[in-house]
Design a protein around this ligand. Structure first.
Ligand code: GAL
Ligand code: ZN
Length: 693
């Protein structure tokens, strides 16, 4: 049995740019397909119907371990062989999946030690999914064996084009405190701290509350609040351990798949879940990420345009363009809920929005709604009775449109010139380890992103280490966890003319997740040109009012204040009003070479950020992506520098008139644009622009 190797790539290495296109040569369009849920008579017409809807791919087998290996070492791939052959004849290819999110019952029966244990000590059971521990040597051995068998079996199959590893790592929960994890966590730490327990004690600050460890083997996984608060450095290393464990679990599968057929692409449909090192080992191992897109988790239709765009942009921050292995195709339903039904045209709008924001292929979830099991009401393109209705017609319309659009957008990236810092796993975990009741940086980032989006800006999320060229305005909300290694890239961005906006509390914690000892804002002191002389939390009810004075207009601060002291050439942009802060610096401006840094000594809640935004836009020279759009119409540009494909979406409930569009060919109608353009409710225009517009 092979032990987990900890010499793998370190966590969080960023060289996957948000501008990276996928390496796909063809736009794949299709659906997640579960032949194991249907009898032959029901399946009989599937291939023909898929092909008629313009589909050229399905994803299969991620939950079929019981069928493919009914007893240990006895393999039966016949259903998938037969299905992929039948589909292949009609031009529908297959993305295979490793079925490791739900092993067969014989494995959990014979080796119950593979089951996960939660922080309360409860052992998971067979019957749903994600109940097995990624650190379990037994699970890993089985994972390698089934991956090897499947890879050998399908390596010469002309219809199998690529793979998905597992399914949505950490979707349900990610912690594990089983005996395997106790051992593996110790090994992880031993490797990280070079077998020197003194180094660990210093890094974690174990002098506090007699935490000092004498030996690595005495360390356990941290269980929150037993009875009082845990050490945040211990917690962050545990989160890193979880991320590393799942990444090395995937790594073993990827190595086998690549060895068997280097032409296959390999992806994983995770990205949004916690403790995933999307920019590090997990992301570096795969060709591109998969992002499962379900905008209807949000009940308010007015918010879905932005939240979908935001989710897609977050996915793109993790390594560029991606594919959508699961795109909402009907209302989702599980035991406690059933989402709203997408109205006619809405499914298409959502699918094309995904393409605009970086999807280089797209599969609907799912082909047909299942009649049994935990997701009986997770609605697919076909209903339970297998009768094609409006969702099928709409899917077919998309098939026709994507046949034209798909080939045009491959090789392009999404244009952004405004960006909010992508809050990576360590930023989020650090915040969660010590939130002080403040909003999470990821949440504030989303709010800032929304405000820029509402003003029509070409906004995305970009990691501080990523390529910031071409970005005019870059906002770092409140990244308490801040790696000083990010500083050089940010400095270059500012020197080259960028406007960097930093929110309070940024760079207050170090990479061990302890509070920094330097005067705040720590590593950012010289770039921002300030020191923080005093800070304080503001709690409800906020009766001692503090406001930022924007030339007479007072904007209340309600969560946090900092008194700033500008140094050198830095100046006070806006002063505080109220209490002992009156007249002191609230927001500073530091001109650095061709660019500038704005530091705000408060939290970017909606009133504060919207009040600051006009000046930030002015300073940075930012312009809307496309001028003159009516409210709630979104423009997105995909470009490779030469060709420009513009997307326009009507997120409002009414027909809107757009005064002018880029001149070019509208790809869903085939007609040239000329003058004004009407977009009905859920309307989309996709324009292959003439020349360089
Ligand atoms: C995803 C998952 C699918 C299915 C779908 C609907 O999270 O990958 O297997 O569960 O959601 O809930
Ligand atoms: Zn475990």
């Amino acid at each position: 049995m092979c032990a987990i190797k900890y010499e793998e790539v370190p966590l969080g290495r960023v060289n996957l740019s948000h501008r990276r296109p996928t390496n796909l040569k063809r736009f794949w369009y299709g659906a997640a397909y579960y032949p194991e849920h249907w009898d032959e008579a029901t399946r009989a017409r599937d291939a023909e119907r898929m092909a008629a809807a313009g589909m050229n791919v399905v994803r299969m087998a991620e939950f079929a371990a019981d069928l493919m290996e009914p007893r240990q070492g006895e393999y039966d791939f016949s259903l998938f062989d037969e299905t992929s052959a039948k589909l292949g004849e009609k031009g529908v290819h297959t993305i295979m999946c490793t079925p490791t999110a739900a092993p067969a019952r014989w494995l959990t029966r014979d080796c119950p030690e593979i089951l996960r244990v939660n922080a309360d000590g409860k052992t998971m059971q067979h019957g749903s999914r994600q109940h097995c521990c990624h650190a379990s040597p037994v699970l890993r051995q089985w994972s390698r064996a089934i991956t090897q068998k499947m890879a050998e079996h399908y390596r010469d199959n002309p219809f199998v084009i690529g793979w998905q590893t597992d399914n949505e790592f950490h979707c349900h929960f990610s912690e594990c405190h089983c005996p395997n994890c106790q051992k593996a966590f110790v090994e992880f730490l031993r490797h990280k701290y070079e077998n020197d327990i003194g180094k660990l004690n210093t890094a974690w600050g174990t002098a506090f509350w007699a935490l000092t460890f004498e030996r690595f083997e005495d360390i356990t996984t941290p269980k929150p609040d037993l009875p009082a608060y845990e050490n945040p450095a211990w917690r962050l290393d545990y989160c890193r351990y979880l991320a590393h464990t799942v990444a090395t679990f995937q790594h073993e599968q990827v190595a086998i798949l690549r060895e068997n057929n280097p032409d296959w692409f390999v992806m994983h449909n995770g990205v949004i879940f916690s403790h995933l090192d999307n920019l590090g080992l997990l992301g570096q191992d795969i060709d591109f990420h998969g992002y499962d897109c379900y905008p209807f988790f949000l009940a308010d239709p007015d918010e879905r345009g932005h939240t979908q765009a935001s989710g897609l942009n977050r996915a793109r921050a993790c390594g560029g363009n991606f594919i959508i292995p699961e795109m909402q195709s009907g209302p989702g339903g599980q035991k406690p809920y059933l989402q709203n039904n997408p109205e006619p045209g809405e499914m298409r709008k959502m699918a094309l929005l995904s393409v605009a924001h970086g999807a280089d292929s797209l599969l609907h979830f799912r082909w047909r709604t299942c009649r049994f099991g935990a997701e009986e009401y997770w609605c697919g393109i076909l209903d339970h009775d297998n009768v094609p209705r409006r969702r099928y017609e709409e899917a077919a319309q998309q098939g026709r449109e994507l046949a034209v659009i798909g080939s045009k957008i491959l090789g392009t990236h999404v244009f952004v010139d405004a960006a909010v810092a992508y809050t990576d796993m360590e930023v989020n975990d650090s915040h969660n380890s010590y939130p002080l009741g403040l909003p999470a940086p990821g949440k504030v980032a989303e709010d800032c992103h929304r405000q820029l989006w509402q003003r029509g800006m070409a906004v995305g999320y970009v990691h501080p280490l990523d390529d910031l060229a071409g970005i005019k305005l870059y906002v770092i909300p409140h990244l308490a966890y801040f790696d000083p290694a990010w500083l050089q890239n940010l400095t270059r961005f500012v020197e080259n003319g960028g406007t960097l906006v930093i929110g309070a509390r940024t760079a207050t914690r170090d990479v061990n997740n302890n509070v920094v000892g330097e005067t705040l804002p720590g590593a950012l002191q010289s770039l921002a040109g300030i020191t923080v002389e005093e800070y304080g939390r503001q709690n409800e009810p906020v009766k001692r009012l503090l406001s930022i004075d924007l030339g007479g207009a007072l904007v209340p601060s309600t969560l946090w204040y900092e008194i700033l002291e500008p140094k050198g050439k830095a100046t006070r942009l806006y002063p505080w009003r109220g209490r002992h802060l009156d007249g002191r610096c609230a927001v500073s401006l530091n001109q650095v070479d061709k660019g500038r840094v704005v530091y705000a000594g408060t939290y970017f809640d909606d009133p504060v950020f919207s009040a600051l935004l006009p000046e930030l836009i002015r300073l940075s020279g930012l312009q809307p992506a496309w001028p003159g759009l009516p409210p709630r119409v979104e423009a997105v540009l995909r470009t490779d520098g030469k060709k420009n494909i513009w997307f326009f979406f009507n997120h409002s409930d009414d027909t809107v008139t757009i005064p002018s569009l880029p001149r070019g060919k509208e790809l869903t109608t085939g007609k040239n644009t000329d003058g004004t353009y009407e977009l009905p409710r859920y309307g989309v225009a996709v324009i292959d622009a003439f020349g360089n517009q």
